[in-house]
Design a protein around this ligand. Structure first.
Ligand SMILES: [Zn+2]
Length: 116
């Protein structure tokens, strides 16, 4: 999603919450909290999915136009060692699986998931 889509989504959620509040004028604090939480989880799921899609685009080790990240200790490019999957869990219970390229440092031999 681009910034405009994000903006539209946020407004939509806020509008939904306001509309719900008007339709439920006697809702208790707990009920309101629950409703707000449900709506925000929806936004959270979008944020996570967007992050997952972005990390796919950043895959390295497959083409020459994406540079391998450097070992934080030796500052040499990591060698790609295939894909590893990592599942992130949102607070609302939704999960997103990220597929990241796993790298090994040819100098010190330490393996790591690049942070990006
Ligand atoms: Zn190293």
């Amino acid at each position: 999603m681009d910034d405009q889509a994000w903006h539209a989504k946020s407004i939509e959620i806020l509008t939904d919450i306001k509309a719900w509040r008007q339709a439920h004028p006697t809702a208790t604090f707990v009920e309101i909290e629950e409703e707000v939480h449900t709506r925000l989880m929806e936004l959270e799921a979008h944020v996570l999915q967007d992050a997952a899609a972005a990390s796919k685009r950043r895959a390295w080790g497959q083409s020459t136009d994406t540079l391998a990240p450097l070992c934080p200790t030796c500052s040499v490019p990591l060698q790609a060692r295939g894909k590893r999957e990592r599942t992130l869990h949102g607070n609302g219970g939704q999960s997103v699986t990220l597929s990241r390229t796993y790298g090994i440092c040819p100098k010190c031999g330490s393996g790591l998931f690049p942070p990006r």
